[in-house]
Design a protein around this ligand. Sequence first.
Ligand code: BGC
Length: 428
Amino acid sequence: MASNFPKGFVWGAATAAHQVEGGNCNSDAWALERAVPSIFREPSGDAIDHWNRFSDDVALLAALGLKAYRFSVEWARVEPEEGVFSQAAIDHYQRCINACLERGVQPIPTFHHFTSPIWVARDGGLVNAKFPERFARFCDKAARELSGFQHACTINELNLPLFMREKLVSAINNELKTAAETALGSSLDSFFLFSPREAILKQGLKAHALARDAIKAHHPSCQVGATLSIQDEQAEPGAEAFRDERNAQFYDECLDALKNDDFIGVQTYTRLIARKDGTATGAEGKPRTMIGWEDYPQALANTCRYVFVKTGAPIIVTENGWAGYDDSRRSEFIREALAGVHEAIQEGVDIRGYLYWTLFDNYEWMSGYEPKFGLIGVDRETQLRRIKPSALVLGSIAQNNSLVAPVVESVKATKMSPDQESSPVGIG
Ligand code: BGC
């Protein structure tokens, strides 16, 4: 059928440990959340208690018809002190993998999703030349003990600090910075999102390569890749050179370093239009998502094309999503993004999977709990899960491996908290 996806296309959703598990108290983010004042809008606390509810949560994902679950293995839990590994934490993650397998869901672990153990941050994070070996030692230990996965991601959005750092630094005043550094016991540069460019390009890329090799040493047939945050970089007439410079600065060095990996994880949320005045923003007057990004699902196909032309590497869309209360728009966004992915595949772009960000409304880093990206809502007081119609839409596309799927649009769209208006700061 014309709208079928290739056989074996991986359909699923993603989360990250710190955003969902709760109680990640040995991590650097946990310390930063507690600074007074804090760069985080609110602390993560219990998050959505995914640590205790993993099995039920995966059962929900499976019931929707999704076949893969990308989640992260939290380094701060597995190695809370340098060289001291928690067998209980490792056993927990094996139970998570087993819960996936029992439900016919493919587990896709990520070994670093923004957070590091506080001892790593206190010793400089990625700025320290020891970071690659430290991270690889954790991956070696975790990969030696864990089994049952065929895809794994090393570092999430390895390139993100290349364009986030400057924005973040300019958004915080001295008081916030001092409080953050006191809480961290180190320079703010040691928290992943604030990593300086040289640290990413040197230690970050090396850490990925060592981690990939460590994981593959224990699981030779496992497909391992890093993920990148890539927005669709466009240009108004006359600003093409500026756009090219942005591509070169933010993506190309990483793409070049990752091009021989088993796959590249593409994570796209919007487009940015380079302008002659030296700014790059979404299109003026166009709808924005709750997090302030232009609502532009077509961005995804364009970034996949870009990555494929640059590298020739297989692609898995490891994140793509829409934030807001209007769940029917989320369903359309998913369909429109996937129509683009389908078209790109027809053109020959090797895209092997789509993992929606995110399975649950969860802790959106500095923005706290307000942004709603989830296919499933969570009542913050009772932790009750509430399936949104968009989850059924993606589930039926997954089950049919096709965009021509029984549409669930008749399900009335629900708004989780229609009375709340917000202007979260986001991380992007
Ligand atoms: C990150 C997620 C985050 C999402 C939405 C990505 O940059 O990997 O952790 O929640 O974007 O901001």
